[in-house]
Write a protein of this length. Sequence first.
Length: 235
Amino acid sequence: MCRYEVSNRHRRRSLVYWLSLEEQAIASRSFRPRNQDSSSKRLRVNDYIRTPTVFLVDENNEKIGVVNTDVAKNRARDAGLDLVEVAPQAQPPVCRIMDYGKWKYQQSKKEQKAKSHSKTSELKEVRLRPKIDPHDLEIKTNKATQFLQAGNKVQFTMLFRGREMAHQDLGMRTMQGIIELLAPISKVETPARMAGRRMTMILAPDKVASNEKRKSDKPAAPAPEAQKQAEAETA
């Protein structure tokens, strides 16, 4: 073992001696830099910008042009703002003077708003029996109506047991009745079909039909002549 390695080990041991147990565990590990995610969209800010020159855009969104990086940093510092590298691929990189903290906050708000508006459609299941009671069928269809109005697809599943397999026509009539009942707000995505002892059918929400139904439910505006006559009578 060479003398250099011995001296380094001695220094390392003396350093560990004065640290706490938790700090000793950290210091005793060999340092390995973390692999940076290439897909990350982190921007270089202020002193992390190392290129000698940049194309500067000031806080008023005016293009200043190619300037020395130190000059751009000083200009951002004098304005109480940050110098942010917004286009690192350009030659030279494009930097903008802005409030970086405020910009990050606005971006996070936009992302949250986009996530809240992008609702994912789910497949809900409603189970039936071939000889289902009319009252129970009404409860099932009301539940399916709620699913469809929420923007979800609904799969109706009917299970046949034993001798019920001989009455598949009864199941088909029940499925057809459901289609007719929910026609104002839905459309058939997968028609009723048998798979073993199960009959399945999928209905999807129909936005066009639901919008037309809402328009038809709105009261019609009174005609101008009738409105004038009503105002005259009240006067």
